[in-house]
Design a protein around this ligand. Structure first.
Ligand code: GLA
Length: 741
């Protein structure tokens, strides 16, 4: 609900469990008032009426600190801190030009309230254009507040879209140049979030290839902490979300926790600013590194969204809000696919580049026999791609690998009752490819400078419309000529020499072009499903997830490492989109040997996939796999649609216990995996959450056998079955179903 008090010009954005308020002050500036969980017992009539406006502290004339909490901070007047916008004007409006001589561009923006409106179904920048619905397509309200510069014909509209049921606000801004000359934008955040004073405990993730989503929790010192990616994809080094709280006042399931996630896969930055005054501001938007945006006369620029919220239920509550929002409002729903993700088989670790028609058919038969629903052929099926040294860019089926084309394999996969998927890496080219030989100028580079290769490949210049059109056509042809249900869209290197015909705009254009190709493909092939991959988990964010159905979490498939990677990933992203495979031992990335039970128990925490070489498994092992896959299908709706509770976190217990529970409380899934264990260490039994205390639950193992029976009350007080003494590598998954006493 959006409440506006015309007397005090105060806005209240009222969500299920939180409120966000700001006000137009006496000078027309938009000033933040509050963002907080709603106190228990508050009704829709309880709002902040704006009589008690915010007083900026420390207005010492000569050494002022900018403590006024502007909803949008501009470079202009007092600018000692991070800003939302820095822009410059090359000239004065005509009526003023006669009065004063210019001595250079005017680097000063002063925004004052002009108008506001509430609209339905407003869209942030880079919103999907594929036309597919989300699980919940019901309309939402957006408050648009337009601010105008006091002198220049330049306006900024701040947008606030409300998803009240998930306590989510999406914030973005729209710049509009209605003058006669270009406006140069040098820095642009989508929004700034004013946290309450002292909310300085910050949770974020960092990592690298095969080591994504390492959680770090730190106390912000006074100063600036930057979380960022300077690149063309979201990146391995960090992921664009944060959680923040007062130190010591929030925990996994309690206390107010603020959170934000950027819906953007380009060069991004989150800047957490802790001022000496105690103020905490979290800015999110375009990375200012090599940034430039020229807003031509008459042009508008709409930024992507900064998705944010506050939960009173700890880090877990913050995660659950992001998960539910992503499941219901972000992920697309393609016709013909069920609400739940299918069990996938991917041949990458089984065969690498050693592909053949017969080999894939053999794998497909074994995959179907154990219950796989989607069979995906990975890298190596096209052009001269017999290794990673050649072929990228030539998206035609290799007759060497598939002499009869792909269709015989696809027919067999379909005959076996599975859907068919295929790997592509559309943004790339190997210099050893027909595409590069024909168009050596189509890659990002600076003339006369080296073109640095990584994994023997260069990046196509998606700033060139003809390149984007060529890649779209190649993919469209591939999908039109074959019954392809699914593509795994990969991106396997970081950028160097970002020289593009689009100039510095390439940092935004590249992501926009990837989005545009995906959207167009989905429009043309509505049944198509897409997985986002970038050397594992380097393209996971709420922007790409509006046009993909799932993501490849990490190239690291070691079950022990996956416990940690998936736990970090779960801070922001839902299990249903988190693809997780069971692969061979020794693990190909770490050399570690882990039991099949652990590999399944960990992979079943997300969208289950199989990446093992099925030809190397004995019939007994295949039967065991089939048993687990059948079990996963029984618990899948709970894992993929349920609410997630991290009952025991690795950092505290050396083990991870998680629970998923359906909103009607009839079913839950409990999953334990032990990564570290010391002799004489006893973990307390995990205490469950969110169950019906008066109901009785039967806990069934993967064979369907009851191993425990207890009431919801007991499970939520005394706890789960006692596994406290179990050692490294122990795991179990239990399906809890309500039964008669
Ligand atoms: C990346 C992906 C892998 C696999 C290879 C193929 O590393 O993350 O899953 O597809 O590329 O080259």
């Amino acid at each position: 609900m959006i409440d506006f008090n015309a007397a005090t010009r105060t806005f209240n954005l009222i969500l299920a469990g939180s409120v966000y308020a700001f006000q137009v002050d006496g000078e027309g500036r938009l000033v933040h008032l509050a963002w907080a969980p709603r106190p228990a017992g508050a009704t829709d009539d309880d709002v902040i009426d704006g009589r008690n406006g915010f007083k900026a502290a420390d207005s010492v004339a000569s050494f002022e600190r900018q403590t006024r909490r502007d909803e949008f901070l501009t470079f202009g007047d007092v600018t000692y801190h991070e800003v939302s916008l820095k822009a410059s004007f090359a000239s004065l409006p005509r009526d003023l030009a006669a009065q004063e001589a210019l001595h250079g561009p005017i680097r000063d923006v002063r925004l004052r309230y002009a108008s506001h409106e509430v609209v339905t179904d407003a869209q942030p920048g880079l919103a999907p254009t594929h036309g597919l619905p989300t699980s919940d397509p019901s309309p939402r309200q957006t408050l648009r507040v337009t601010l105008r510069d006091t002198v220049q014909p330049f306006a900024v509209t701040l947008c606030y879209r409300l998803t009240p049921e998930h306590d989510i606000l999406e914030r973005w801004c729209e710049l509009e140049n209605s003058g006669q000359e270009a406006v140069t934008v040098e820095a642009l955040n989508f929004a700034v979030l004013h946290l309450p004073k002292g909310a300085t405990e910050l949770t974020s993730v960092y990592g690298n290839w095969a080591r994504e989503f390492t959680t770090q929790r730190e106390r912000l010192p006074v100063g600036i902490r930057v979380i960022e990616q300077r690149g063309l994809q979201t990146g391995h080094f960090a992921n664009p979300f944060f959680l923040a709280n007062w130190p010591g006042q929030a925990w996994e399931e309690c206390g107010p926790v603020y959170f934000g996630a950027l819906a953007f896969s380009g060069s991004w930055r989150i800047t957490a600013e802790h001022l000496a005054s105690g103020d905490v501001r979290i800015h999110g938007g375009y990375n200012p590194f090599d940034f430039r945006l020229d807003l031509e006369p008459g042009q508008r620029h709409v930024t992507p969204a900064w998705v944010c919220g506050v939960s009173n239920a700890g880090w877990g509550g913050a995660s659950r809000r992001l998960h539910a929002f992503t499941r219901q409002r972000v992920l697309p729903r393609a016709p013909g696919w069920s609400e739940e993700r299918p069990v996938l088989y991917n041949s990458w670790e089984a065969t690498y580049f050693d592909l053949s028609q017969a080999g894939q058919v053999e794998l497909a038969r074994k995959a179907a026999a154990i219950g796989v629903e989607l069979f995906c052929v990975d890298d190596g099926w096209f052009g001269a791609r017999r290794s990673d040294l050649a072929g990228l860019g030539d998206w035609v089926v290799s007759p060497e690998v598939f002499p009869g084309g792909l269709n015989p394999l696809i027919d067999e996969v379909r005959r076996l009752g599975m859907r068919f998927g295929i790997w592509v890496e559309p943004e790339m080219v190997n210099p050893d490819s027909d595409l590069y030989r024909q168009h050596p100028d189509w890659v990002l580079h600076f003339p006369s400078r080296p073109r640095t290769e990584a994994r023997a490949q260069l990046i196509l210049d998606f700033g060139r419309p003809e390149v984007v059109a060529y890649i779209y056509d190649a993919l469209d042809r591939l999908i039109s000529q074959h019954a392809i249900d699914f593509i795994k869209w990969d991106m396997n290197r970081n950028v160097t020499e970002p020289g593009s015909t689009a100039g510095q705009a390439i940092w935004r254009r590249h992501a926009a072009a990837v989005y545009a190709i995906m959207d167009r493909l989905r429009r043309a092939h509505p049944h198509l499903s897409i997985e986002s991959c970038s050397g594992g988990g380097a393209r996971i964010d709420l922007g790409i997830l509006t046009r993909t159905d799932q993501f490849w979490t990490s190239d690291n498939t070691d079950a022990f490492d996956r416990i940690r990677i998936q736990e970090g990933c779960s801070l922001a992203y839902p299990a249903m989109a988190m693809e997780a495979w069971v692969t061979d031992v020794p693990n190909h990335q770490t050399g570690r040997i882990s039991p099949l039970s652990l590999r399944f128990d960990v992979a079943m925490r997300g969208a289950l996939g199989i990446g093992a070489n099925l030809n190397r498994l004995s019939q007994a092992e295949l039967d065991e796999c089939a048993g687990y896959i059948a079990f996963y299908k029984r618990i899948r709706s709970v894992v993929q649609q349920g609410e997630l509770y991290r009952l025991q976190r690795l950092e505290e217990y050396g083990a991870s216990a998680v629970q998923y529970v359906l909103s009607d409380q009839r079913e839950a899934v409990y999953s334990l995996a032990v990564r570290d264990h010391q002799i004489d260490q006893h973990r307390p039994p995990a205490v469950l959450k969110g169950l019906n205390p008066s109901a009785t639950y039967s806990a069934l193992d993967h064979r369907g056998q009851e191993v425990y029976r207890a009431s919801g009350f007991e499970l939520m007080t005394q706890g789960m079955i006692d596994d406290s003494g179990k050692g490294i590598g122990y795991s179990r998954t239990l399906h809890l179903v309500q039964v008669e006493k």
